[in-house]
Design a protein around this ligand. Structure first.
Ligand code: AR6
Length: 177
């Protein structure tokens, strides 16, 4: 049984087995969560990402997929990089966003992670509406998180994000995490 928890805060401060990075397919850094993770985690994370680009992910990490690296100096054990879809008003890319959560949990399970922290993937630079992003995140994690993963923690940067996840968590189960 996996417990879903919400905290308001900074994902780089989470002492969990794995933190998920809202990356882009270059894996070479950016703003938002990605920038914060590389800044606080130090150069080892970028070095590991460059190795991935030199090897299996020569063309970059496709949208909806996930891959792990060291967490460098972060208090977490690993970073799992995933690439969310850019929001589109004309095309439904929800499956790709759900895939980010599914694939990140698959990688986390492979690593033997028992505690995993997620940001609200795609809801920043990539423009996904927060309420919908929260619903997809909660629903997908509920459907996917299997034996071995004890806690999935959503780390929400501001009150609006926290409220959206709180509402999504309350849908369908009477409010139990
Ligand atoms: N901890 C937790 N949440 C955060 C933090 C933090 N330190 N910083 C921002 N957020 P974003 P995306 C929230 O833009 O939309 C990058 O440039 C933020 O308020 O980080 O998937 C990448 O390189 C928002 O709700 O990710 C890609 O190019 C959420 O985290 C692109 O942005 C996600 O915002 C990915 O865009």
């Amino acid at each position: 049984m996996t417990i879903l928890t919400l905290v308001r805060g900074d994902i780089t401060e989470q002492a969990v087995d794995a933190v998920v990075n809202a990356a882009n397919s270059s894996l070479l850094g950016g703003g938002g969560v990605d920038g914060a993770i590389h800044r606080r985690g130090g150069p080892l994370i970028l070095a590991a990402c460059r190795e991935l680009r030199a090897g299996r992910y020569g063309k970059g990490l496709p949208t909806g997929e996930a891959v792990a690296t060291t967490a460098g100096r972060l208090p977490a054990g690993h970073v799992i990089h995933t690439v969310g879809p850019v929001w589109s008003a004309t095309e439904d890319r929800s499956d790709l966003l759900a895939s980010c959560y599914r694939q990140s949990l698959r990688v986390a399970a492979e690593l033997g992670a028992r505690t995993v922290a997620f940001p609200a993937v795609s809801t920043g630079v990539y423009g996904w509406p927060m309420d919908d992003g929260a619903r997809i995140a909660i629903r997908t994690v509920r459907e996917t998180a299997g034996a071995g993963i004890e806690e999935v923690r959503f780390v929400l940067f501001d009150e609006r994000a926290y409220g959206a996840f709180e509402a999504a968590l309350g849908e369908g189960d009477g409010g139990q995490g």
